[in-house]
Ligand binder design. Structure first.
Ligand code: NOJ
Length: 766
């Protein structure tokens, strides 16, 4: 009976595909099945018509003609690219943007090639297209999954209106090393939070239906372990154990796959001696087999070619063999597949089935995007004009920007600022900066379009506001506009800033990193405030201690002096287009901050990697009052600000923490409740966090692991009971064979407003 039913569905699917019908979206599983089969059938029927040249062409991704996001390729002339486009040797392009430009390349693919297969048009839509949200690390500090999804939706809506149908986001690399410039692009250090954020972003980009005009295919990157680059140095080796790989690195990728992400990008690093672009273990065994991922894997920029520089392939030919066999389906700007793959198949060295598998995956995404039904669906200039930069998007990015701000310290309730009668000195090189708050990765947005802190604060007109830069953060740029030259010599503005600060009621200082000091290719060995900013801060402090320090930065910084001396510190990241408005609204209390750090702030760079979910070690404490325990002799073990930390203008009290039961068996659902009360003077939000510790394991377990959180709004004086459930999903871990297991034993459970929480209870799992 089931068989017969199945056959009818297949017959219907063949009929639909034969006549090229688009099956309408219908609820109900049968029509869904027909729709899926219909796409598969359409892919098959197209592939039967394709020559080997045309198939390999689909595996070739060329960069466009203006924006370059990697080393300039040796072979990449525009002439050659157009030639290849016309021959049908290009399956996708990146960094072609704007409906007019996209339409032009799409027209060549559709109207001038033999089979008229449309192109995928990829772009690094990392935190927005033109209207920018906060950088992803900042947004992750909101712990607000709906806001994060909304932000990706805005990005997808604007990008799709500009002709783009595929984003190279989200970056879901977990990282514990803020020296690595790309931490700004990710969700921070924790796999649980990172997984939730990965899903929210995928959902935001891809929407409910990929065929919708404002949905674009997402890309989980960089598969895998790029965030563990040794010493935080960009493009470096990675050497980690299986436990870290399975328990820390892979979960956000799995979450993205489970959320239906259509594509994965591999990465530049090697993992335990195998450059991951050539890793069959990652791309085939794990991703395509164990996880059953049906989309395709794009290489990172020329990473197939880089197998040669890693010393893993002796030439392009061998690089093509290794990468194609390993499951890298699409060659980004590497010129390897397009040159080598046809011959390798003809010579019987690479099986045609490998090419077929890759092409099938790529075509399927094109069908799912609806590109075969209307290749110009993203190319409507009227829509482009109306959608990009519209007021609704500005409101949306302002909303997420406010939610991303983290109040690190607020001694004596210096914040919020009084709205009247105050003399405020606004000091610092980033105070009036309209460019740095846009952060890294903002190719399609215009320079200097962020609202500065100065502009945001000027809207509060009942105070007097005087602005002085104090020092320049940068002196200029090198050949690339993104390469900034930090000012370490010009102190001309310090005296003037100090004079202004002397008579102010409050000094607001905006310090931090230039927008291009983080991001790809921007690792740092120091996490101090760059240039002369520390000197400026101390000079101002010497005359006025009432300082609110607003940080603008793309990574955790080491600000130990400030944390000790400055009464109020606000982590204002790089918050995108509406940055200054968001910061001003928080400073003046029109928005009560609720952000929590997604990444630990170290005391100094020597503590790195420092992260909350570390192991205990065999000597965790100084029990005998001697030196033989796990510590440094020059700085304490604790971080400056822990993961999950963030204050509010109100206060929260946690009481009646209860595990409902004490003895459980593996598989039980364990209920945990806690009463949280807003005990302060403002309405506010709190991220209630739940951590566990598995006390003994066949593989040692972290001292704490985040296993639940809820962002809850509380009115002044309000109490709410927050409930969590712990199941096998939260209580187990991957063993060194990559198998998920749950072990009986004793567990501790913690709840609170940061990973530092001490509120604890315990249970036993039998
Ligand atoms: C290299 C980066 O690693 C990757 O994340 C990005 O998507 C590509 N370049 C394309 O710009």
């Amino acid at each position: 009976m089931i068989r017969r039913h199945y056959k009818i569905i297949i017959a219907a699917a063949i009929m639909f595909s034969f006549f090229g019908f688009q099956v309408n979206k219908k609820s109900g599983s049968e029509m869904e099945v027909v729709k899926i089969l219909s796409i598969d059938q359409r892919v098959d029927s197209l592939m039967q018509k394709m020559t080997l040249d045309e198939k390999v062409g689909q595996m070739n991704l060329y960069n466009g003609f203006w924006d370059v996001t990697g080393p300039t390729p040796e072979a990449g002339s525009a002439k050659l690219k157009y030639e290849h486009l016309r021959k049908g040797w290009v399956g996708a392009m990146l960094s072609v943007r704007g409906t007019r430009n996209v339409k032009e390349v799409q027209r060549i693919a559709v109207e001038e090639t033999r089979l008229g297969i449309p192109l995928l048009i990829g772009f690094d839509v990392i935190h927005g297209y033109k209207t920018l949200s906060p950088i992803p690390l900042a947004e992750s500090a909101s712990w607000d999954l709906q806001a994060i999804e909304n932000s990706a939706r805005v990005a997808a809506t604007e990008a799709s209106a500009a002709g783009i149908n595929w984003t190279f986001a989200p970056m879901v690399d977990i990282s514990r090393d803020p020296r690595w410039g790309r931490v700004m692009e990710g969700g921070g250090e924790d796999p649980y939070l990172g997984s939730k954020i990965a899903s929210a972003r995928v959902q935001g980009f891809q929407g409910d239906d990929l065929a919708d005009k404002n949905s674009i295919a997402a890309c989980a990157k960089h598969f895998a372990a790029y965030g563990f680059s040794e010493s935080g140095k960009e493009y470096n080796s990675v050497d980690i154990g299986t436990s870290t790989l399975y328990n820390t690195v892979l979960p956000p990728f799995k979450a993205a796959a489970d959320s239906g992400v259509k594509t994965f990008m591999n990465s530049f690093n090697e993992l335990n001696g195998i450059p991951v672009t050539g890793s069959e273990f990652l791309q085939r065994d794990i991703l395509k087999e164990a996880w059953n991922f049906e989309g395709f894997v794009v290489s990172d920029w020329a990473s197939i070619n880089e197998l040669i520089f890693w010393g893993h392939a002796k030439d392009k030919r061998q690089a093509a063999i290794i990468a194609s066999r390993a499951g890298s389906d699409l060659d980004m700007e590497g010129y390897v597949y397009v040159r080598e793959l046809v011959k390798l198949v003809e010579d019987g060295i690479v099986k045609e089935s490998i090419v077929d598998d890759a092409v099938r995956r790529i075509l399927k995404v094109k069908f799912e995007l609806g590109l075969f039904d209307d290749p110009y669906k993203y190319c409507d200039p009227a829509n482009e004009k109306e959608v990009i930069g519209n007021a609704k998007h500005h409101e949306a990015v302002l909303d997420v920007a406010k939610k991303s701000i983290v109040l690190l310290k607020n001694e004596g309730n210096l914040l919020p600022l009084k709205k009247e009668g105050q003399k405020i000195a606004l000091i610092g090189p980033l105070a009036a900066d309209k460019n740095s708050p846009l952060g890294s990765w903002r190719i399609a947005s215009d320079d200097n379009t962020a609202v500065s802190v100065l502009e945001g604060m000027e809207k509060y007109t009942s105070n007097s506001l005087t602005h002085k830069k104090g020092v320049d953060l940068v002196l200029g740029h090198t050949a690339f506009i993104e390469e900034v030259v930090i000012n370490t010599t010009n102190r001309n503005g310090i005296d003037e800033a100090v004079e202004t600060a002397k008579t102010a009621d409050v000094v607001v200082m905006v310090l931090g990193e230039h927008g291009f000091q983080s991001g790809e290719g921007r690792s740092r060995t120091s996490l101090d405030l760059p240039g002369l900013q520390q000197e400026l801060l101390e000079a101002v402090y010497a005359v006025n201690k009432n300082i609110v320090l607003v940080l603008n930065n793309g990574r955790p910084l080491a600000i130990e002096w400030a944390a000790k001396h400055i009464p109020a510190i606000v982590e204002g990241w790089q918050l995108g287009t509406q940055s200054g408005n968001a910061i001003a609204q928080v400073l003046y209390g029109d928005y009560n901050p609720s952000g929590k750090l997604p990444m630990t702030f170290p005391r100094n760079v020597g503590q790195i990697p420092i992260y909350y979910n570390h192991k205990s070690t065999g000597r965790p404490e100084n029990t005998n009052d001697n030196v033989f325990w796990s510590h440094y002799i020059d700085v304490e073990n604790t971080p400056l600000y822990p993961f999950g930390h963030g204050l509010s203008y109100t206060t929260f009290d946690y009481k009646n923490f209860k595990i409902h039961g004490k003895d459980f068996t593996v598989g039980d659902a364990i209920k945990v409740t806690v009463d949280v009360t807003n005990t302060g003077n403002y309405d506010g939000k709190e991220v209630v966090q739940l951590y566990i510790r598995d006390l003994f394991g066949s593989i040692t377990r972290p001292v704490k692991e985040l296993k639940g959180f809820e962002l809850v709004h509380f009115k002044k004086g309000e109490t709410k009971t927050i409930e969590f459930t712990l199941t096998n999903k939260e209580l187990g871990f991957f063993n060194n064979q990559g198998k998920y297991i749950v072990e009986a034993g004793d567990f501790e459970v913690f709840v609170g407003g940061s990973s530092n929480t001490v509120l604890k209870d315990a249970f036993t799992l039998k």
